[in-house]
Design a protein around this ligand. Structure first.
Ligand SMILES: [Fe+2]
Ligand SMILES: [Fe+2]
Length: 293
C-alpha cells in the first residue's frame, strides 16, 4: 500500500487525497499504526506508507526551495509566510463570520483527533535535540499538558469543547469521520520526530505551527464568541500561550545551531510542509462542514 505524491505548485503544496474519504484509507491506517505498539511488522508498514507519501513531498519541497544560508534568513522567510497567511482565506472568513453552530461543530469534530492527542507525538524529538534545545521544547510541552494540571491541559480544553457540542470524548469515535487531509496533518509529526533524517525539519514545522496559531485561531475564537459557545477557551488559550511557544521554538533552533550547526533550508522546508498540510486540512474541514449541514 502506498500514498501518491502531490503535484507541485508554485505556492502551497496541495495535499492529494488519492484514497477515498472513508474508513480504511491509507492515511487513516497510518495514523492507527503510528499510535500502535511498534513491532517490526508495524514499522515496516509505516515506512512503506511514508515512503509513498512524505518522502516525495520532502523531495518536492527541497527541489523548489531556494537554499537558505543563515538562521536570520529562515526567520525572514517564516515572517513573510506568516504575513501572507495573516490575511486569511475564504474558509476562515466563512467560519468566523457565517458558519452555523452545526457547521462549526463539524469542524470541531474534524480536528478532534488533533485536540485529543495534542502534543503527544512531539516527545520522540526530545532525545534528538541538544540539551538546551530540549529544555525549550519541554517548556512548550509542559504548557501543552497544563503544567500537570488536567483542567489546563490542551486536550482537556478540547474535551470540554467536545462535550458542549455534544460530541464524543474518545479518539476511537473519530477515526471514521476524519478526512485524509487531517490525517496527513496528524501523521506528519510522527514522521518528523521519529523518522525524518534530520530533526531540523521538526524544529521548522513546530516553529511554524506555534507562530501561526495566534493568528489562525482568531477564526475559531471569533466563531465561538459569535455562536455563544462557552468552551472556546481551547482557542483563546492558544492565542495567548503560543505567543510564548513561538519564541521557545526559535530558541530551540538557536540552541540546536549552537551545538550542531544548522541547515536553515531544512528548517524552512519543515515550515512549508506544515503550512501546506494544516492549510489543506482546514480548508477541507470547512468545505466538508458546509456540504454536510
Ligand atoms: Fe496546544
Ligand atoms: Fe503551543
Amino acid at each position: 500500500m502506498s500514498i501518491t505524491t502531490p503535484t507541485p505548485t508554485p505556492t502551497r503544496t496541495p495535499t492529494p487525497t488519492p484514497t477515498p474519504q472513508k474508513t480504511g484509507s491509507a492515511h487513516r491506517r497510518l495514523f492507527v499504526l503510528n499510535r500502535s505498539r511498534v513491532t517490526s511488522e508495524v514499522l515496516a508498514e509505516i515506512e512503506e506508507l511514508e515512503e509513498g507519501w512524505i518522502e516525495p513531498r520532502i523531495a518536492e519541497l527541497t527541489a523548489r526551495s531556494e537554499p537558505l544560508v543563515s538562521r536570520a534568513q529562515w526567520i525572514a522567510h517564516l515572517e513573510a509566510l506568516l504575513a501572507e497567511e495573516r490575511a486569511g482565506g475564504p474558509a476562515g472568513k466563512y467560519l468566523a463570520e457565517e458558519a452555523t453552530r452545526e457547521e462549526f461543530t463539524c469542524v470541531v469534530r474534524e480536528f478532534a483527533l488533533d485536540g485529543l492527542t495534542e502534543a503527544q507525538n512531539f516527545f520522540p524529538a526530545i532525545p534528538r535535540l541538544p540539551i538546551k534545545a530540549q529544555m525549550a521544547v519541554m517548556r512548550v510541552l509542559i504548557d501543552e499538558f497544563g503544567c500537570g494540571n488536567l483542567q489546563q491541559a490542551h486536550s482537556q480544553l478540547y474535551r470540554d469543547l467536545l462535550a458542549e457540542l455534544g460530541l464524543p470524548q474518545e479518539t476511537e469515535s473519530f477515526l471514521d469521520t476524519t478526512g485524509d487531509e487531517t490525517f496527513q496533518f496528524l501523521n506528519v509529526f510522527y514522521w518528523l520526530t521519529q523518522r525524518a533524517p534530520d530533526v531540523e525539519y521538526f524544529l521548522g514545522g513546530l516553529a511554524y505551527l506555534e507562530a501561526s496559531i495566534p493568528d489562525a485561531f482568531q477564526v475559531q475564537a471569533r466563531a465561538c464568541a459569535r455562536l455563544g459557545i462557552a468552551n472556546g477557551r481551547y482557542y483563546t488559550e492558544h492565542l495567548h500561550i503560543d505567543t510564548f511557544h513561538m519564541k521557545e521554538m526559535q530558541q530551540a533552533v538557536k540552541e540546536y545551531e549552537a551545538v550542531h550547526g544548522l541547515d536553515p533550508t531544512k528548517v524552512w522546508i519543515g515550515a512549508q510542509l506544515l503550512s501546506g498540510l494544516i492549510g489543506d486540512a482546514f480548508d477541507a474541514a470547512v468545505q466538508r462542514a458546509r456540504e454536510a449541514v
